[in-house]
Design a protein around this ligand. Structure first.
Ligand SMILES: [Zn+2]
Length: 461
C-alpha cells in the first residue's frame, strides 16, 4: 500500500516537473518575444491590438497548457475577475502578494472624473521579477447588461498606464501574473490634473469659489472657479491652444477665450487686468496670456481669475478635476506589511468581512474570533483577505493577528486525516498517528487549522 502511494507521488511529481519545464520554456520564449516587441517601435504599433496578456494566453494555448489544470485555472481566474470585482476609491495604494502555487488574478473597479489623468503603476519585488499583465477597461452599463472595453494595457516590463478620463467614467483594472511565479507587488493609482494650473505660481489651494456655487442670490450658478492671486500675477495657457477671442465689457470685464488644440474644449479667462495675447495666436501650455485683475463684476472684490471650461454643444463643466493638483495622494498603508502573504487569525469579536477597504462599506459577514484568514494585500488600515473556502473581502487590520504563534497544542486521541481545506471534500494530505502533538492556529467551519512540518492543513474538530 505504502509503495503504491510512493509510486503515485512520484508519478504526480513527474507530471508536475514536465509542467514546470514547459512553463520555463514558455517564459523564456515569451520574454524573448516581449523584448523583440518592446525594442522596436514599428512592430509595437502593428501588434498593439494584442496585449501582452493576450499573447501569453495564446502561447499557453499553443503549447497545450490551457488543457492542463493549472493553465485552465489561470485562464478562468483572469476571466472571473472581470465579473467579480472590488469597488475601490481612487487615489489608491495597495501592497500585496501573488502566490506562486496558484492561479492569481485581481481586479479593481473605480470611478474617475472627466479631466482627471490617472497614473497607474505596479512595482514588483526585485527578487522574483515575475511577469505581470496589467489591463484597463472602461465599464458601461450595470448588472447583466454591463460591458467592458479595453482601453489600455501596460507593457509587462514597464508596468505603468496613463489614462485621461474623457468623461465621468467607471474603470476596471485587471492584474494577473504569469503562471508559477509570485511575489510582492505595490499598486498605486494616482490622480493628476490633465491641464496646467491657469495662474502662475499658484495651485488649487488658491481656489476661493467652486463651480456650482450660487450667484445673484441663487438666481444663477457659478460657471467656473475663482482663483485668487495678487493683481497683475500672470495667467497661463492650460494646454496648447489657439486664442479665439478677446473682449472687454460685461460681467467678465477683460476676457480671453482659448480653444484647446487636442480636445477642442473652450477655456475662458475673465476679470483680467490686461490681455497680452491676440485672437488667432497659437500658444503653448504655460505661455503667459494676460495678468490677474478685478475687471467686470469683480471690481469690488479682490483680484482673481475666473476660469471656465466649455464643451462645444454641452456648455460649462466643472474645471476642478482638470486643474486640481493637490490633495490627491493615496492613503499610506498603515496595516503591517509583514503579514502579507501569510495566514493570520481574527482576534476580536467586532471584526467584519467588508466589501471594500472603507469603514462605511457593506458588511459581507461577521467574523468569529480565531477565524483563520489568508492575507494577500493591504491598503490604508485594511487587509484584503481570503477566508477558507475562498470568500474574499476586507477586514480592518487592527482586528487581525499574525498566526506566527500557535494558539494551543492538542494531542490526537486517535489517528486522523489532515485535509487541504476545511471541508469533507478537501484533498487528503496525510494521516497523523495517535498521540501526535498538533499546533492549532485557528478554527473554521468545524475544522482546526494546523501546521505540520512544512505545510498548512485542516483537521476535523
Ligand atoms: Zn467667478
Amino acid at each position: 500500500m505504502k509503495d503504491t502511494i510512493v509510486q503515485l507521488k512520484e508519478e504526480r511529481m513527474n507530471a508536475i516537473m514536465t509542467f514546470i519545464r514547459k512553463i520555463c520554456f514558455l517564459s523564456t520564449c515569451y520574454l524573448f518575444f516581449a523584448l523583440l516587441v518592446s525594442g522596436c517601435g514599428g512592430i509595437k504599433q502593428i501588434v498593439q491590438k494584442d496585449s501582452p496578456r493576450d499573447k501569453y494566453e495564446k502561447s499557453l494555448e499553443l503549447s497545450g497548457l490551457t488543457n492542463a489544470a493549472l493553465g485552465r485555472e489561470w485562464k478562468i481566474a483572469g476571466e472571473k475577475v472581470l465579473q467579480d470585482t472590488f469597488e475601490i476609491k481612487i487615489p489608491f495604494k495597495e501592497a500585496g502578494y501573488f502566490f506562486s502555487d496558484r492561479a492569481n488574478a485581481l481586479s479593481y473597479c473605480f470611478e474617475a472624473k472627466k479631466g482627471e489623468r490617472l497614473l497607474i503603476k505596479l512595482e514588483r519585488d526585485e527578487i522574483h521579477k515575475m511577469l505581470v499583465f496589467m489591463e484597463l477597461f472602461t465599464v458601461q452599463g450595470k448588472g447583466n447588461s454591463r460591458s467592458l472595453k479595453r482601453v489600455a494595457f501596460a507593457d509587462s516590463t514597464q508596468l505603468t498606464i496613463e489614462e485621461e478620463a474623457s468623461k465621468n467614467q467607471k474603470y476596471l483594472l485587471r492584474l494577473q501574473p504569469e503562471l508559477m511565479n509570485g511575489g510582492r507587488y505595490i499598486l498605486t493609482i494616482a490622480i493628476n490634473p490633465s491641464l496646467a494650473f491657469p495662474v502662475k505660481g499658484k495651485d488649487a489651494r488658491a481656489i476661493g469659489s467652486r463651480f456650482g456655487d450660487g450667484r445673484d442670490n441663487g438666481k444663477r450658478k457659478h460657471e467656473g472657479v475663482d482663483i485668487f492671486a495678487p493683481k497683475r500675477n500672470p495667467v497661463v495657457a492650460v494646454t496648447d491652444g489657439i486664442i479665439t477671442r478677446t473682449s472687454n465689457g460685461g460681467l467678465g470685464g477683460k476676457v480671453i477665450w482659448m480653444s484647446g488644440l487636442h480636445d477642442h474644449e473652450n477655456f475662458y479667462y475673465a476679470h483680467l487686468d490686461s490681455q497680452i495675447v491676440h485672437p488667432g495666436e497659437t500658444v503653448k501650455q504655460g505661455e503667459i496670456l494676460g495678468l490677474v485683475g478685478n475687471t467686470g463684476n469683480a471690481r469690488h472684490s479682490s483680484p482673481h481669475l475666473h476660469f471656465g471650461i466649455y464643451l462645444p454643444g454641452a456648455g460649462a463643466i466643472d474645471p476642478f478635476p482638470f486643474i486640481n493638483d493637490i490633495g490627491k495622494r493615496p492613503a499610506d498603508i498603515q496595516a503591517d506589511q509583514d503579514n502579507i502573504g501569510s495566514w493570520a487569525r481574527i482576534k476580536s469579536n467586532k471584526a467584519f468581512l467588508k466589501s471594500a477597504p472603507e469603514i462605511k462599506s457593506a458588511v459581507i459577514r461577521a467574523l468569529d474570533v480565531n477565524t483563520p484568514v489568508e492575507i494577500y494585500a493591504a491598503s490604508s488600515n485594511f487587509y484584503k483577505v481570503k477566508l477558507p473556502g475562498s470568500l474574499d473581502g476586507f477586514v480592518e487590520s487592527k482586528y487581525v493577528e499574525k498566526a506566527i504563534g500557535y494558539k494551543y497544542i492538542a494531542k490526537l486521541d486517535k489517528s486522523r486525516p489532515i485535509f487541504d481545506a476545511p471541508a469533507g471534500n478537501g484533498v487528503l494530505i496525510e494521516y497523523l498517528s495517535e498521540n501526535a502533538n498538533l499546533k492549532i492556529y485557528g478554527e473554521y467551519n468545524g475544522f482546526f487549522l494546523v501546521r505540520n512540518n512544512d505545510y498548512w492543513g485542516w483537521i476535523a474538530k
